[in-house]
Ligand binder design. Structure first.
Ligand SMILES: [Zn+2]
Length: 233
């Protein structure tokens, strides 16, 4: 079992052109990447961190609470040429954790205003029509998935495909394989101990292998409504 040194997962804002070592995508300049063994760079999709949202540094109480509520989180670092060291830009956290932290912090008007602005910004990235179509497709292929998950999966897919890749890619994302991959990733994060294993420093491939059976069972349940078998770990 390969454990990383204890501490936070780290995401780096690269200061030169980079390419993902796993999917091969050209990430351009100033890409957000993670580094794995021997300095290989991974895009956030391949690193399974692309469902997290960015909370810029600055609000200490909000940051502390968001991290506390988030099962998986990552520190975002950027190289400062002037100071010749990595500087902390903020935190990647789960959407729900940020919302919960925002609610807890929203006692005063200024905080409420900042929260509204951030929520509006997050929503601006999303294409409502696309979300509706994607969610419908999830529901069609996985009629037994819990209520609300179709929309959650669709919003994530929309964040992922908007901007970064073109419209044709977004259309392709509605095909059965792409929808299946999106649902698989969602199950891995929400219905298994996968994120907890990453937090404990497990290597991604080992963590994936560990939760694989459980993921398959849940996927089948969502597709067919079959009862869970007793072989669930
Ligand atoms: Zn990649």
């Amino acid at each position: 079992m390969k454990a990383s040194p204890a501490g936070d997962l780290k995401v780096f804002i690269s200061h030169r052109d980079s390419r993902c070592n796993e999917c091969g995508e050209d990430l351009g300049h100033r890409a957000w990447i993670t580094l794995v063994d021997e300095g290989r760079a991974l895009c956030l999709s391949c690193a399974d961190l692309d469902h997290l949202v960015f909370l810029p540094a600055g609000d200490t109480a909000l940051t502390r609470r968001a991290r506390k509520h988030s099962g998986l989180s990552a520190v975002v670092l950027k190289w400062s040429r002037a100071r010749k060291r990595y500087e902390r830009q903020g935190l990647l956290v789960e959407d729900g954790a940020l919302e919960q932290a925002e609610q807890e912090c929203s006692a005063d008007a200024a905080t409420r205003e900042a929260r509204r602005a951030r929520a509006a910004e997050r929503h601006a990235e999303l294409d409502d029509a696309y979300i509706v179509r994607f969610a419908a497709r999830v529901r069609e292929l996985y009629p037994h998935c819990p209520r609300g998950r179709d929309k959650q999966i669709a919003e994530h897919a929309c964040r992922k495909y908007s901007g970064r890749v073109g419209r044709s890619a977004a259309a392709k994302a509605l095909d059965e394989t792409a929808v299946r991959l999106a649902v698989l990733a969602h199950i891995r994060h929400t219905e298994t101990v996968y994120d907890a294993l990453l937090v404990r420093g497990w290597a991604r491939q080992e963590a994936r292998a560990y939760v694989n059976d459980r993921v398959s069972i849940v996927l089948r349940q969502w597709a067919e409504g079959t009862l869970e078998k007793c072989l669930v770990r």
